[in-house]
Design a protein around this ligand. Structure first.
Ligand code: ZN
Length: 166
């Protein structure tokens, strides 16, 4: 049974290590992460958020509903152009147990390579919502949270809501 790890938990600030073996255990964890993501109405979830310091994520394209399970993802190109979009995180919850949202600027398009759950190499170029989600989840593998991109004033506003939850 996987448990969500929330903002303030030091595991969210660690750099995850690459997956070496793709086996049934990993596929079972990926399936459970999809269940958690869907139950919490999230668009993505990264392994460190469920307490596993390994490089894999799950996410759903909100446009097509396509499900991605990415093992050892690597962003290979980012557009120069950035866009601002509202972002939230299943590990950054406010007093009502719902994600706290804030505007974040990120590259509008990214190219990414990864290994799928059957061991096959995959590559894609994403833009729009799904580019946003994949960059957010990818950051989790390097111990980065979306609040790190906010001005100190905005970050304080988010953290005040997070602290109210406790
Ligand atoms: Zn997140």
């Amino acid at each position: 049974m996987l448990k969500m790890h929330l903002c303030g938990d030091p595991i969210l600030r660690e750099v995850a290590t690459p997956v070496e073996t793709i086996d049934d255990d990993l596929r079972r964890v990926l399936a459970e992460m999809v269940k958690i993501m869907d139950r919490q109405k999230g668009a993505g979830l990264a392994a460190p958020q469920v307490g596993i310091l390994k490089r894999f994520i799950v996410m759903r394209d909100p446009g097509t509903n396509e499900l991605f399970k990415m093992i050892n993802p690597k962003i290979t190109a980012r557009s120069d152009g950035k866009i601002i979009m509202e972002e939230g995180c299943l590990s950054v919850l406010g007093p009502d147990d719902m994600p706290v949202f804030a505007d974040v600027a990120r590259p509008s398009t990214v190219e990414i390579v990864w290994t799928d759950e059957h061991g096959a190499p995959q590559t894609a170029e994403f833009s729009g919502n799904v580019a946003r989600i994949v960059q957010h989840e990818y950051d989790h593998l390097d111990g980065i949270l979306f609040i790190d991109y906010l001005s100190s004033v905005k970050r304080e506003m988010v953290m005040r809501k997070v602290k109210k939850r406790k």
